[in-house]
Design a binder for this molecule. Structure first.
Ligand SMILES: Cc1cc2nc3c(=O)[nH]c(=O)nc-3n(C[C@H](O)[C@H](O)[C@H](O)COP(=O)(O)OP(=O)(O)OC[C@H]3O[C@@H](n4cnc5c(N)ncnc54)[C@H](O)[C@@H]3O)c2cc1C
Length: 581
């Protein structure tokens, strides 16, 4: 084994450029290691150095050498079953030496729930996998190109679309929160810092009105409004369409999908969104359960693509449009917007979602999807075998999740702010929790901080009575603290239960006015108690609270809008393929 010496690369002018980044492969089957290195070198050899080893000790020595030389490693491709050290442990140690590298686990394609990649992905111990034997070279190349594109994106993190100059006050804090929510790259400078004062002076400003926001091309806004921020980022905030076939309220996954389908099927479609597109999903750093993305996709990327797609089909997307009311007039529906504007539509699709309660701990928000989970999906729970995990919440969903986790995890701690569970959880769940040996309940306790660079490693628990903090190791945190549907803007005629909009068979058809269903036919699925108004996604009663379910609702609603707008075509075979433009 020898530590590879980087070949200095020089330009014609003789300046030293850094040598190409490394793709590092380790597999103690020398044949596999050689074959993979050969395949990678053929396709990526011009831009990357492909280096390999066949033993854990030799591999770590090589990586240590590269770290000492400050060489960049782009990918760590590690067999899951190295002799002497499990692949995930090697990845962890290698990643300490090269924290920028993307971690790839090389596994047998056995499609078994026991495969190490299942737990490694859930706990954030690996970013990607490659299956052995890899199929055609083109598939390998496409996948590795994707990994490298993500690595390259991280290297450009220095790009700042905006510079924000302000003080540690409320308005600056709100602006920073907004830019973070919109996923706009920005850098904050205190107005009292040297760089902050320089930037203000360059713009001829004295700092008496803050915050100030400077776009990379010099365009400057003082105390920017929501409209100005959205316009400066390239979004439209002016609605010049006052009549349409279908108005979609809310541009989360449900509304965006409805817009894609409605516009692609020839309906004049207007999307009215209070902030910018993406919804709750848009702020999720990693969505792992959306079909078609085995390594997950950031919620921002997923919803940005849907937004572009709806636009490409001709949907009119307008941001900073807060719907404040809805009324039905002369067979049409009028959406009222803050500021007095209104949009008249043949049908309305309501996709305004839920305001989920968040923990509000910045370090934990960064780790959502990498050990921190809002809600609880079955696959994540099962992947907790042998781990120490935490659940936050005092309601029934927190109780059920705790019990389910206890079947798999080594130890489960239920963290509850209040002094007892009785007020918020059903008795049968409390008794079952008390009878389960590997569950601990910590009352009057809050999660106030988290640790971990790429995945959750630990939590700070604070005792609300004594004020004492305790650091605990944690492999995962499940947050189940509830939320509230954003449906208060709807009129009384739209039936709701616990704020969620009733649709289809749940609509009460024979209630007193104003709740009486007015037609002879029953409500269509997803249709609310007002004919022609549909509800999709999280805001709908009995919805599944998942991105894919919201997407399914959005697509289905458009078919039902057609049925509502042109009932004479309703008997046509529903399964005829629809052609799209
Ligand atoms: C932190 C977090 C992580 C999650 N991770 C996952 C995951 O990994 N996988 C998964 O499947 N699900 C996940 N979910 C759930 C998922 O995000 C939601 O189920 C999904 O976003 C619901 O989509 P929606 O379109 O119904 O609503 P939302 O995404 O909530 O979108 C509603 C939109 O309506 C807009 N709006 C609200 N009121 C108005 C109004 N009056 N006027 C105009 N616009 C309005 C909002 O601004 C918002 O853009 C997560 C949720 C959270 C909070």
């Amino acid at each position: 084994m020898s530590v590879p010496q980087p070949a200095p690369v020089r330009t014609a002018e003789g300046e030293r450029m850094s040598s190409p980044p490394v793709l590092f492969v380790i597999d103690d089957d020398a044949g596999t290691a050689r074959a993979l290195r050969g395949d990678l070198a053929r396709r990526f050899g011009e831009d990357f150095r492909v280096i390999g080893e066949t033993s854990a000790a030799a591999g770590l020595a090589v990586l240590r050498g590269l770290a000492e030389l400050h060489e960049r490693v782009a990918l760590l491709i590690v067999d899951d079953n190295l002799s002497g050290m499990p692949g995930v442990d090697f990845l962890a140690r290698a990643h300490e030496l090269h924290p920028q590298a993307k971690r790839v686990l090389l596994v047998e394609r056995d499609y078994s729930a026991r495969s190490p990649i299942v737990q490694a992905m859930t706990l954030g111990q690996a970013d990607y996998h490659i299956s052995k034997p890899w199929m055609a070279e083109e598939v390998l190349y496409r996948e590795v190109s994707g990994f490298l594109a993500e690595w390259a994106k991280d290297q450009q993190a220095g790009f700042e679309l905006f510079q924000v100059i302000g003080r540690e006050d409320r308005s600056t804090h709100e602006l920073r929160e907004l830019l973070t929510k919109f996923s706009e790259p920005f850098r904050f400078y205190s107005a009292d810092s040297r760089r902050g004062s320089e930037l203000l002076a360059e713009q001829g400003l004295d700092g008496s009105r803050l915050p100030v926001m400077i776009r990379h091309d010099g365009y400057t806004m003082v105390e920017p409004t929501l409209d100005q921020i959205i316009s400066a980022s390239g979004g439209s905030v002016v609605n010049d369409v006052s009549e349409c076939d279908v108005a979609v309220v809310g541009a989360g996954p449900a509304g965006l999908t409805a817009a894609v389908y409605a516009a692609s099927e020839g309906l004049l479609t207007v999307v009215l969104e209070e902030t910018v597109s993406g919804g709750q999903a848009g702020s999720s750093p990693m969505i792992r359960n959306y079909p078609g993305f085995p390594h997950g996709i950031s919620g921002y990327d997923l919803t940005r693509r849907s937004c572009e797609q709806a636009w490409m089909f001709g949907a009119h997307m307008v941001f900073s449009q807060h719907a404040t009311g809805l009324e039905s007039r002369d067979g049409k529906h009028v959406v009222h917007l803050a500021g007095g504007h209104q949009v008249t539509a043949g049908a309305v699709i309501v996709g305004t979602g839920i305001a989920w309660r968040r923990l509000g701990v910045p370090r934990l928000e960064e780790l959502v999807g990498s050990g921190v989970f809002y809600g609880a999906a079955g696959s994540e729970l099962r992947a907790m075998a042998g781990q120490d995990v935490f659940v936050v919440g005092g309601g029934n969903s927190a109780g059920q999740t705790t019990l389910y986790l206890a079947r798999h995890a080594r130890q489960v701690t239920l963290v509850v702010r209040g002094d007892n569970l009785e007020r918020s959880m059903s008795d049968y769940l409390i008794r079952e929790i008390e009878a389960t040996a590997n569950i601990t309940v910590r009352l009057h306790t809050e999660v106030t901080d988290g640790r971990g660079a790429d995945r959750l490693e630990g939590l700070t628990l604070s005792d609300r009575r004594s004020g004492q903090d305790e650091q605990v190791p944690a492999a995962a945190l499940f947050v189940l603290i509830g939320g509230e549907p954003r449906t208060q803007w709807l009129p009384e005629t739209i039936q709701r239960r616990w704020g969620y909009v009733l649709t289809g068979r749940d609509v009460v058809q024979d209630g007193p006015d104003p709740w009486r269903w007015p037609l002879d036919r029953p409500p269509l699925p997803l249709e609310t108690s007002v004919p022609g108004v549909f509800a999709v996604g999280d805001a709908r009663y009995r919805s599944i609270k998942r991105v894919a379910s919201a997407v399914g609702d959005g697509a289905t609603a458009v078919r039902l809008v057609h049925e509502y707008l042109a009932p004479e075509t309703a008997d046509e075979p529903a399964d005829e393929p629809q052609s799209v433009r």
